[in-house]
Design a binder for this molecule. Sequence first.
Ligand SMILES: *Cc1c(COP(=O)(O)O)cnc(C)c1O
Length: 331
Amino acid sequence: MSDPLRLADIYAARRRIAPFVRRTPLKLSGPLSRHSGADVWLKLETTHDTGAFKIRGATNRLAQLSAEERERGVVTVSTGNHGRAVALAAQRLGVRAVVCMSELVPENKIDAIRDLGAEVRIVGRSQDDAEVEADRLAAGEGMIKVHPFDHPDIIAGQGTIGLELLEDLGRVDTLLCGLSGGGLIAGIALALKSANPSTRVVGVSMERGPAMIDSVRAGKPVPVEELPTLADSLGGGIGLDNAWTFELVRELVDDYLLLSEEQIADGMRHLYWQERLVAEGGGAVPVSAILHGLAGRLSGNVVCVISGGNVDMQRFTGIVTDDGQGKGVEQ
Ligand SMILES: *Cc1c(COP(=O)(O)O)cnc(C)c1O
């Protein structure tokens, strides 16, 4: 790792993104508090304009581009929460953005990215083809490729969640958070542990393709087989050339949990029926962990980061109206 990331970088990120990114609400969950015996708080990252926290990191990254870099523009291949965040951050900051995607991407996802002001470039028949085109635009035309997690400006941006939690609660005893590439959990953990090193940080992934957890166990970044999962926003690898998040996660995350598809669905159902919230699988996993008693003995202030709400509503209603026997969860 080059220059280490510091708390001051997260404060700087907050000043930078404040004009563009809303502070999100924190809500006490009565049902989860009664269930666990702790004060369980839900950090509602579902309330961003893009429906997920990634607008924080993307805005912090794009806001630091030079005038000349802004001119050249940014490029990404994500059509999910990262792609939407880059598109909207670019629109708000007046930066040109190109999102490369394959012919297989459904029309509604293409429209969603276009509606946020980004150019869409359709190439090939796989995510890999889209990746090649993005690399070509970066190498050939000098466009800036914006990584979804493995960059200090992205991590610092996500860390602004931690500052908001400290202001709202003073002290966080346990943080539960979805874990994929690790930018989210590393940023928040850095902020929380700077204030109180004894804060326990728990990363939650799905059994079907937990790239970071496999890598931590292997002692180095390892490839992961991508499988369909309700927590699709937690899918994908951490990069075999991972430069930042692998080391930060190893240093800052205390425990790791793995969830089954049925457990993930239970979290989504709980949030919908008991808390009146629509969360995607990756956003519901902290709640699943508490419901199933996987997070150990809890006390004091426990925060669940409800990281996003971008879920196909047809699919969602199928999951939450399920009788709990697994129908609608099988893929
Ligand atoms: C990206 C994402 C995550 C995981 O963030 P990482 O920084 O990759 O660990 C969790 N939840 C949602 C909704 C996401 O979009």
